[in-house]
Design a protein around this ligand. Sequence first.
Ligand SMILES: Nc1nc2c(ncn2[C@@H]2O[C@H](COP(=O)(O)OP(=O)(O)OP(=O)(O)O)[C@@H](O)[C@H]2O)c(=O)[nH]1
Ligand SMILES: [Mg+2]
Length: 284
Amino acid sequence: MVLPTYEESQNIREVLAGIRTALPEASVLVVDDSSPDGTAELAEAFGAERGNVSVLRRPCKSGLGSAYREGFAWGMRNGFDVLVEMDADLSHDPAALPSLVEGLEAGADLVVGSRYVPGGSIPEWSLSRRLLSRAGNAYSAWMLGLGVSDLTSGYRAYRSSLLGRVDLASVRADGYGFQIEMVYRAVAEGGIVREVPIRFVDRTKGSSKMSGRTIVEALTLVTLWGARERLPTRSRPALRQGRQPAWSRRGPVRRPRSSRWAASGSSAPSADRQDPGAEVQSES
Ligand SMILES: Nc1nc2c(ncn2[C@@H]2O[C@H](COP(=O)(O)OP(=O)(O)OP(=O)(O)O)[C@@H](O)[C@H]2O)c(=O)[nH]1
Ligand SMILES: [Mg+2]
């Protein structure tokens, strides 16, 4: 479990206790950016009492994307087969952890805890906030041809073997963009992505660190990537160059609902297309 923290002193003990209840065997890595409120010390104290908590202290606030990159690299170096990410502000209910891990056991490479599949919910959000999030997700899915309804969710489980194929050091985005980029790259690597429903609640303690800048960054990157997807194959950059399409490795795949091929009226990719395919499944 990788938990990025910045000033989560009011939440960290409760989050760690919830994880311990939901997945008693899980090892937790808290990636803390020298929170002035003593979050790292509280996590270490919890670990001293209950065990199995490590704290990676970074010198200054360096962003969510880089915290996850360092946390995943730590997890892979230490030989973990499954790496889970979640926020440390109690927006993500630790009780949902087993369903994420079960999704991997059922064959997925990435399981996204989704607010937007049947059974998922965000009970407290206003209609306008809901619409903004849905629109951003729908735009990103359409631009990138991904059949995932909650691309910005930060509650996920990855197979390490998938993360090992993604060049983490070159992942550019932070915040919401980081979550979108990771699905995009997972699919580009032929990963099987699945969504399971989660209930997302707003934090009640501490303050949000997300800014409008991360929304602008995410939309800008998605637009650039989507434009690149629409270039002729030979003009595409290294991310997709030279990769054998996933459908030729794995046999037939279900196309993402919003894929370009579906949009262009074709139900299946033709053999000469260079775009990687991916199996994207939802579970209600
Ligand atoms: N290490 C580290 N953690 C961060 C940083 N920014 C945010 N976090 C953590 O990342 C998680 C998500 O951050 P939040 O501020 O809750 O952002 P959010 O959940 O997308 O937005 P809200 O809906 O406003 O809560 C929390 O556990 C934060 O403590 C950072 O720069 N470094
Ligand atoms: Mg939050």
